[in-house]
Design a protein around this ligand. Structure first.
Ligand SMILES: *[C@@H]1O[C@H](CO)[C@@H](O)[C@H](O)[C@H]1NC(C)=O
Ligand SMILES: *[C@@H]1O[C@H](CO)[C@@H](O)[C@H](O)[C@H]1NC(C)=O
Ligand SMILES: *[C@@H]1O[C@H](CO)[C@@H](O)[C@H](O)[C@H]1NC(C)=O
Length: 640
């Protein structure tokens, strides 16, 4: 989590503005994310998913890429047969040709995700340079297969269910409608992630695998696994076996086998797994290992003689590694070395958020080394204190980076380390930006990170991408924080509507001014609305985050789906929108509904978007003021 004390209401209406040219409709609202380029015809071609013959062609079979595609083919057949019932008789389209023309890089980060998909009267051809592109093409094909009539979700599409459906006259069979199709597709952003917290509540392996399935369905390609935090260290360590005793039960812990299963499952879907080992803050759980405990200051709050977590850290428990102690970094580095071996991806996330200044400053173990024993300790916030911190923190992180770099890893960090703590990281390091609540241009974290002009940036702006919000606070400490009652909704992120997530484009969205509730709601200078400036291509993408304070197996799907898919389309398809930060909700909603329905058919507990009445009636544009030049305002949706 990133704890935000939100003092003012942050609800800002995203202004509906007229877009200049309507975006081309996707027939039957079938595709999510929408392809960058496509043409379609007007003929429906019957298809029988079960008996489709797949012809696979590889320029090189290596690392099981043929097996990966075969598994994807099985998933495609399975998914189709969950939304409709097969028909008897011969179908028009009987063959699928899948061709991978290039040689896959060993590092998925280097893979080419583009693909083309062409249909004719009898076949479908998917062509991609790399296997991951072919996987995306197969997801698109999955979505092009439409049941002639959808079976309601409460009826299973097994033999009995299909007989029941036939008795009441529901049409069987499938088509690829509005063919022939020609699709040419590739992502606008290379980093399209979900950040999943498994420390504040344990998430079972099966739920992580299901999450990966949902991600693949909407072409998300990064699972940022916020594996550990102050609350628990729920992964086996061979270096420090005692860490396991911080888990909520001996069974609420990921074994090496679990981790390997998750990584392998993700790899089959073309998804990278990036683990986060957050230090120096958020580290109470590290104190369970006797070798690490001496380096963890203020493990459970109480700094300076207070009897609470506050003001040591934003939420209990606390814990901040003493970055000044020369023994700390080598001890932590051993842990990183272990996990650099377990996690195959080329990127390792080292956290670095919310350093506990107050804790450090009242801990003689820190101040004696950072400022010299007997010397006066400067107050936090002064230049002298910041300079002292920056020096010792730099040396701490440099030691960690020696280890990660020897293990061949690139690192990723929360913005705090470079924007607040004065640490300089190697050029092209990935910086993940989450702060947004101070939205003046000079203080906007994204803009500040851009201004450094040396890092790659991943946006996780809490006001667009924190999907766990809306459940209210969980602390019941009256008076916590400046000014109030922690259970009030405003202490935590409110529920973020799908439209808000969908409209956000990290490179082009205007910078909001959340204190401006009467004007445009945007940050302005001399009346001009401010947008991010600098090398916008260094913003490589974004992540939707699901922090774990109030998330468990029971509500993970509801919070994540379908809203994570809104981030997915905003990131994948950005270049296909006339104005990426000003999209047509009326065009998007029916497609999102279809995508959500597919998730439901796969067993996801995805949230309901609208009354079922809206599937056959116009619900969206009944209000006055709907821009007349938008194409979809007055049309009845055409779904399945
Ligand atoms: C694409 O499909 C839609 C819906 O079936 C149809 O209205 C449109 O005419 C098709 N486009 C072309 C170029 O045939
Ligand atoms: C890193 O980036 C900065 C800012 O763009 C630049 O001044 C510096 O030369 C770069 N360093 C290296 C080693 O490329
Ligand atoms: C944000 O809005 C407030 C209230 O209207 C205004 O005082 C402030 O100058 C605005 N800041 C920016 C950067 O636009």
């Amino acid at each position: 989590m990133k704890f935000l004390v939100i003092l003012a209401s942050i609800a800002v209406a995203v202004q509906a503005q007229a877009s200049t040219s309507p975006i081309s409709p996707v027939p039957h609202n079938l595709l999510w994310p929408r392809p960058q380029q496509f043409t379609n015809g007007t003929t429906d071609y019957s298809v029988d998913p079960h008996s489709l013959k797949f012809n696979l062609k590889f320029s090189q079979i290596a690392n099981g890429n043929d097996v990966v595609i075969r598994k994807a083919v099985n998933r495609l057949k399975d998914a189709a047969l969950k939304i409709g019932c097969p028909a008897t008789g011969t179908a028009a389209i009987t063959q699928v040709f899948v061709s991978v023309t290039g040689i896959d890089p060993t590092d998925l980060a280097q893979a080419d995700e583009s693909y083309t998909l062409v249909t004719d009267a009898t076949s479908v051809t998917i062509t991609a340079k790399n296997t991951v592109g072919a996987l995306h093409g197969l997801q698109t094909l999955t979505q092009l297969i439409k049941p002639n009539e959808r079976i309601p979700f409460h009826v299973e599409t097994n033999t009995a269910g299909c007989q029941k459906a036939a008795r009441v006259g529901i049409k069987t069979g499938f088509v690829i409608p509005s063919g022939p199709w020609s699709i040419s597709d590739s992502p606008s952003y290379s980093w399209r992630g979900v950040s999943l917290d498994t420390s504040r509540n344990y998430i079972p392996v099966s739920s992580i695998l299901r999450t990966l399935d949902g991600m693949a369905a909407t072409k998300l390609n990064i699972l940022h696994w916020h594996l550990v935090d102050a609350t628990a260290f729920p992964v086996v360590s061979k270096t420090y076996p005692e860490l396991r005793s911080s888990a909520y039960s001996p069974l609420s812990i990921y074994t090496y086998t679990d981790v390997q299963e998750i990584i392998a499952y993700a790899a089959d879907l073309g998804i990278r797994v990036i683990p986060e080992f957050d230090t120096p803050a958020h580290t109470y759980s590290l104190s369970f290992a006797k070798e690490l405990a001496p380096f963890v200051l203020c493990p459970n709050g109480g700094a300076g003689g207070t009897n609470s977590f506050w003001p040591t850290c934003p939420e209990p428990p606390c814990g901040n590694v003493n970055v000044a102690d020369p023994g700390a970094a080598p001890a932590i580095a051993k842990l990183l070395k272990e996990y650099a071996g377990l996690f195959a991806d080329s990127v390792l996330h080292l956290g670095g958020d919310e350093i506990e200044n107050y804790c450090l400053n009242v801990s003689p173990q820190f101040t004696d080394i950072a400022f010299g024993k007997g010397n006066p300790v400067p107050a936090t916030g002064t230049a002298a204190w910041s300079a002292g911190l920056a020096t010792v923190y730099q040396s701490y992180i440099d030691t960690l980076l020696e280890t990660t770099s020897a293990a061949g890893k690139q690192t990723m960090h929360w913005e705090d380390i470079v924007l607040n703590d004065g640490v300089v990281l190697p050029n092209n390091t990935i910086i993940q930006v989450w702060n947004s609540w101070d939205n003046t241009v000079s203080k906007n974290s994204l803009q500040k990170a851009l201004a450094l002009d040396r890092y790659q940036i991943v946006d996780t702006n809490s006001e667009y991408y924190y999907l766990d919000g809306g459940s209210g606070a969980w602390l019941t400490d009256r008076g916590f924080g400046p000014g109030g009652n922690s259970w009030e909704e405003a202490y935590w992120i409110p529920y973020i509507d799908w439209e808000r997530i969908y409209t956000h484009d990290p490179r082009t969205s205007p910078i909001e001014n959340t204190t401006d509730t009467t004007g445009s709601g945007y940050s302005t200078i001399n009346g001009v609305i401010q947008v991010p400036t600098g090398n916008l291509q260094s913003i490589i993408g974004a992540e939707a985050a699901i922090w774990g304070e109030r998330i468990g197996d029971s509500n993970l799907d509801t919070k994540l789906w379908p809203r994570a898919a809104c981030a997915a389309e905003a990131l994948w398809s950005a270049d296909s929108f006339p104005t990426p930060s000003n999209k047509d909700f009326f065009e998007a909603l029916p497609r999102l509904q279809v995508f959500r329905d597919r998730l439901i058919s796969q067993g996801f507990g995805a949230e309901v978007l609208q009354p079922a009445w809206c599937l056959t009636n116009q619900c969206s544009a009944a209000f006055s003021g709907y821009p007349s030049n938008l194409a979809y305002g007055n049309e009845k949706p055409t779904y399945w």
